[in-house]
Design a protein around this ligand. Structure first.
Ligand SMILES: [Fe+2]
Length: 165
């Protein structure tokens, strides 16, 4: 949906779930598997970079998994409840939950920046192979997908809820 201004809270949440969260649930285990493979195969030629990628990706995956759980188990339910029956009390606890979500999003953005830095913007070494290329391509896709996801949450959904106050 291009025009978010007229979208309801539940419509925005639907897109976050079906598009952005579904993407993460599908791709994170796959990228983890690929990253682990190239770390092993390219240990002697790119081990130093790939060890850092492995650790950073591990942190990112954990952060995103908690992000998904917090939103899907709590925050999104609170927003839907608020949409059905708005109350000051619910809005206050919801905005607290939003602050936590924003801290997690910031953490993810920082890890993405570090990943870009240690890989020299996903530059492939001369010794790279097909799996190496796929891993870096998927990490690049994860980065842009995550920026779109975070943008929709922070600048559209959370921003609008903050303005309810
Ligand atoms: Fe999310």
């Amino acid at each position: 949906m291009a025009n978010w201004e007229n979208a309801s809270y539940s419509e925005i949440i639907e897109t976050l779930l079906k598009k952005h969260h579904a993407y993460l649930k599908r791709e994170l285990p796959e990228i983890e598997r690929l990253g682990f493979t190239i770390f092993k195969v390219h240990f002697f030629d790119s081990g130093e970079v790939l060890e850092r990628v492995h650790k950073l990706f591990g942190c990112l995956k954990t952060t995103l998994e908690s992000h998904i759980i917090k939103e899907e188990r709590a925050l999104f339910h609170m927003i839907r409840d608020y949409e059905k029956e708005p109350s000051e009390e619910l809005l206050i606890s919801l905005l607290e939950e939003i602050k936590r979500a924003e801290r997690d999003n910031l953490e993810s953005i920082n890890i993405l920046k570090e990943l870009r830095e240690v890989t020299n913007s996903y530059e492939l070494p001369p010794s790279s192979c097909q799996t190496y290329e796929t891993t870096y391509r998927k990490l690049g896709e994860l980065e842009s997908e995550l920026y779109a996801h975070i943008d929709l949450e922070q600048n559209i959904l959370f921003e609008r809820l903050r303005n309810e106050k």
